[in-house]
Write a protein that binds this ligand. Sequence first.
Ligand code: MSP
Length: 501
Amino acid sequence: MNAKKFYITTPLYYVNDKPHIGHAYTTLAADVLARHLRSRDIPVYLQTGTDEHGAGVERAALEHGKEPKAWCDRVSSEFRALWRTLNVGYDRFLRTTEPSHEASVQAAFEKLLKSGDIYKGSYEGMYCPSCEVFYDEAELKDGRCPVHNSLAERVSEETYFFRLSKYEKPLLEHYAAHPAFLSPGQRAQELLNFVRSGLKDVSVSRSRVAWGVPVKSAPGHTVYVWFDALLSYATGPGYHPEKPSPDLPGVWPADVHLVGKEIFRFHGVIWPAMLMALGLELPRRVYAHGWWTINGAKMSKTKGNFIRAEDVVRDYGVDALRYFLFREVPFGQDGDFSMEALRRRYNADLANDLGNLFSRIMNMAAKYLDLKLPSKPESSVIFGELSSRTPVIHGAMEDLRFSEALESIWGAIGRLNRLVDERKPWALAKTDPEALKSFLHEMIWCLRLVAGWLDPFMPDTASKMQLQLGVGRSLDGTQPQKVPPLFPRKQDDAPKDPSTN
Ligand code: MSP
């Protein structure tokens, strides 16, 4: 039997809006983790996709004069194009409008109806049409949705409820037995408090929304978009409640659901309760990352305050964006995105620290080394010292402490730059050519190490470096070449002094 794959999920993105860097963030995190694990020969299954049902999507399609499905096709393919641009690899791209997913959602709903975990009732409450969520009055701010700040509407409807209350105790037991299930810790506490304060049953059908998976046994009702979308984590790798799912054991349970903090509750409370009700194993971990603001303010399309990943890529390249997002802010925390900060990091960390180091070494190697690169320098002190960072970096990566991994990598880059300054290889060229050669050999091996560490974050840069460093090629045949800068410096576009014109 094949080993179970490490299953990573991103949320399924709503197709009511074009993707921005906030969406890119969760998916890039999944890709970074997947690339890291694969580099250690751990088989990975990464699922992403689009969440295409519900009132929000229906409304967006209408506003654009499109049929919902045609609209979904268009925006879903924009997401797919973005993942190509950002160098994201996935094993499964699930659309909730896929017939096989819809069939599994219908069957799951019926299964829980039969078991009594779903029952019919009626509901009146305050509803935010943008989130498609009912809020308790206490959660609203002046009657407004805490996420969108739009006025919540009082809505009454016949609905089917999922018996979430029944799972309060089992959930608390599960959290206690699996302390890493809800991560990071500071966000977990909020969820624990929420569950301890008592769980109410939740509505899982809509009679007001036509664009959704029809409830089989109740014409006029569609399945609530969250019940539908959450199930995708299991239906993607083949789950159907009434049919054999031969591929599921190779993937399920999910090893980590990566989500933004605002959807932690769905993933940390409702989803595990749904899985308990369906008799499926629970995911190993649900990780809630923070939110990006733009120049200190919430990203909002209506305010025009958002940044498209494509624009950043056009100006700085994919790898600079991938680097910035995971270096600037620790993954679990909120952070602010500004082009200023990006340019600063680009110039300081990428153009100077990494880019200069690489050019300095490669250009000298091109000049002073002959055809052969030597085998691994087992006795090199600096190589040994650098190698000892590998377990630290791996530990940070496994634990999604991406910024710490990058700090450690930059610690190593700084160390190498200082070493070049101290050893002054350009002077050695005149005084001790043999010492120069062995120094450059060591440095090339150190850079190979650095390129390997960088690969999950900056795959294009890592492969450019590796090509020049002869990785994967016969050592004998590799003549180091002069290289163009990895990251050409960007000029500060500080306002010009008019008197100098
Ligand atoms: N469709 C639901 C998820 C269903 S999963 C079963 C949804 N979609 S979403 O498109 O609104 O958001 C998807 C992801 O993008 C979330 O993880 C969210 O946190 C992330 N981001 C959206 N804006 C963001 C920022 N400004 N900053 C960081 N991430 C944010 O929710």
